[in-house]
Design a protein around this ligand. Structure first.
Ligand code: LLP
Length: 416
C-alpha cells in the first residue's frame, strides 16, 4: 500500500498531513516519502537476489542528497551521467567501486575525475569515447574498467523522447559493430573491457521489449562466444501514472525474465532503475489561484507551473490530480489545469474530470517523485520550489526554495 493516502479525509504522506505542512510552507512544494522510497528500493534489491544482481540507482531521476543518502544506506550503488552526479554520489559517502558512469557524451574532465577517484565501470557508447578514455587512463597510468553499451535496435514502445534502444537513437554501438569494438578494445592497453551494457528506454510498460532486447544480447553473447564477466541491463521499468490505463510489469516479473534469460551464464548482473524507486514517493502540492471560465471550458489556474514539473509540457505525460481534502461528494467537473507561465504549454491537464475546486484549495500532483525536481528550472524567474522529506511523523526540508534576491544576485552585469 502507498504511504501517500487519505487519512480522516485529509491527504497524508506517511503520518504527516499535507494541510499542516501547508500552514508553514508556501506552495508550491514537493513532498517525498522516505518509507515509500525505502519500500520500492528494497523490493528491487530483494528481487535481484535470485541472480545475485546489483542495483545502481539512476540518480538522474532524483538526485537530492537526502534521497541518495537514504538509498546508499540501504545498499544502493549509483548510475551517474555527469561529473556533477558523480560528485553527488561521492558526497553521500559512496565509494567509486559502487558507481557506474553512463552517458553518450562524457568529457575528458569527467573521465579524469572518475579514474582518479574510483569507478566501477564506464559504460562506453562510441569508438571515439573508447579511444579518449584509453588516452586519459594512459596519462594517469591506470586501466579503465569498461562495459560497451550496445544498441539492440529494439522499440521500447514508450514515448519517442525517452526511447533509447532503436537504431535511429543516438545511444550505444549497433550490435553488428560490437565484435569490432571488442577487437579494438583488446588492442588498447589502458582499457579493460569487462562486459556489455544495455538500456532501451524509460517508462516501459510491457515485458516484451525487454524480452526482445535480452534475447538478442543473449544470442549475441552465445553465438559469438563473447568473453565477458558483466552485464548491465539498464533501467526503464515503468510506473502507473494513470491507474486506469497503465499496467506496467511488476519488478518480480522483470527479474524473473532476467533470471530466465541470463541466470545460468555466470555473469555479474547489474540493473539501473531510476523512476521505479522514486516516482510514486513524491507529490507536488499547489494552490488554486483562480477558477476561470473560458469560452468552452473551465480553467483552474494553479501556483505551480511547467518550470516546477515539466513532464506534462515535455512528454504530454499524465499525472493524477487529487485534492488535499478528500471531496465529500463524488461529482466531477471537467477542468483544464494550468500554471501561470506565459505559454500555452504550461498546461498540466486538459478536460480532466476533477472534484470541484475553489481558490486557495490545495491540490496534489501524484507520482511526481521522478524526473520532476531534477528537471525544474527558473523560467519566468520563478524560484525552484522547496523539497520536503517525511519519515513517520517527522518532516524536514531537504532543499529550500531560494529567494528572488538569490536568483537576481547570480547575474553579473559587466562593468562596461
Ligand atoms: N540507465 C540509463 C543509461 C538511462 O539513460 C536511464 C534513464 C536510466 C538508467 C533510468 O531509467 P528509468 O529506470 O528511470 O526509466 N525525463 C524522462 C525520463 C528520461 C530517462 C532517461 N534515462 C521522463 O520524465 O520521463
Amino acid at each position: 500500500m502507498s504511504t501517500i493516502r487519505y487519512k480522516n479525509g485529509l491527504l497524508h504522506v506517511e503520518d504527516v498531513g499535507i494541510h499542516s505542512i501547508a500552514q508553514e510552507v508556501r506552495t508550491p512544494f514537493y513532498v517525498f516519502s522516505s518509507g515509500q522510497i525505502q519500500n520500492n528500493f528494497l523490493e528491487v534489491k530483494n528481487a535481484v537476489k535470485s541472480f545475485n544482481g546489483k542495483v545502481f540507482y539512476a540518480m538522474k531521476a532524483n538526485s537530492n542528497q537526502a534521497i541518495l543518502k537514504l538509498l546508499y544506506d540501504l545498499g544502493a550503488g549509483f548510475d551517474v551521467v555527469s561529473g556533477g552526479e558523480y560528485q553527488r554520489a561521492k558526497a553521500v559517502g559512496c565509494p567509486g567501486s559502487k558507481i557506474v558512469f553512463s552517458g553518450v557524451g562524457k568529457t575528458q574532465d569527467e573521465m579524469k575525475l572518475a579514474l582518479e577517484s574510483g569507478i566501477r565501470q564506464f559504460n562506453v557508447e562510441s569508438f571515439g569515447e573508447l579511444h579518449l578514455l584509453n588516452s586519459v587512463a594512459e596519462r594517469l597510468g591506470v586501466v579503465a574498467p569498461v562495459a560497451v553499451r550496445i544498441n539492440p535496435d529494439v522499440d521500447a514502445e514508450t514515448h519517442e523522447k525517452i526511447s533509447t534502444g532503436k537504431a535511429e537513437n543516438k545511444f550505444g554501438i549497433p550490435l553488428p559493430r560490437v565484435e569490432e569494438f571488442f577487437r579494438v578494445a583488446s588492442g588498447l592497453v589502458n582499457i579493460n573491457l569487462l562486459g556489455i551494457d544495455l538500456h532501451i528506454g524509460s517508462q516501459i510498460t510491457s515485458l516484451q521489449p525487454y524480452e526482445k532486447a535480452f534475447r538478442k544480447v543473449n544470442s549475441f553473447i552465445k553465438n559469438k562466444n563473447m568473453q565477458i564477466t558483466r552485464l548491465d541491463l539498464g533501467g526503464g521499468l515503468g510506473v502507473s501514472y494513470n491507474p486506469s490505463e497503465d499496467k506496467p510489469p511488476m519488478v518480480s516479473e522483470l527479474t524473473e525474465l532476467i533470471a530466465r534469460i541470463f541466470g545460468n551464464m555466470g555473469l555479474e548482473i547489474e540493473i539501473e532503475p531510476g523512476r521505479y524507486v522514486v516516482a510514486d514517493a513524491g507529490i507536488l502540492i499547489t494552490s488554486i489561484l483562480y477558477r476561470k471560465r473560458g469560452e468552452n471550458r473551465d480553467f483552474l489556474v494553479v501556483d505551480a507551473a511547467m518550470n516546477d514539473l515539466v513532464r506534462p509540457a515535455m512528454y504530454s505525460s499524465y499525472h493524477e490530480i487529487i485534492p488535499v481534502c478528500e471531496p465529500s461528494n463524488s461529482e466531477l467537473l471537467p477542468y483544464d489545469v494550468v500554471g501561470p507561465v506565459c505559454e500555452s504549454s504550461d498546461t498540466f491537464a486538459k478536460k480532466r474530470h476533477l472534484p470541484e475546486f475553489q481558490p486557495n484549495d490545495l491540490m496534489a500532483f501524484k507520482t511526481a517523485g521522478a524526473y520532476s525536481t531534477v528537471m525544474a528550472s527558473e523560467y519566468n524567474t520563478r524560484p525552484m520550489v522547496s523539497e520536503l522529506l517525511v519519515r513517520g511523523e517527522k518532516w524536514d526540508f531537504i532543499r529550500k526554495s531560494p529567494t528572488i534576491d538569490d536568483i537576481i544576485n547570480r547575474d553579473i552585469i559587466p562593468s562596461w
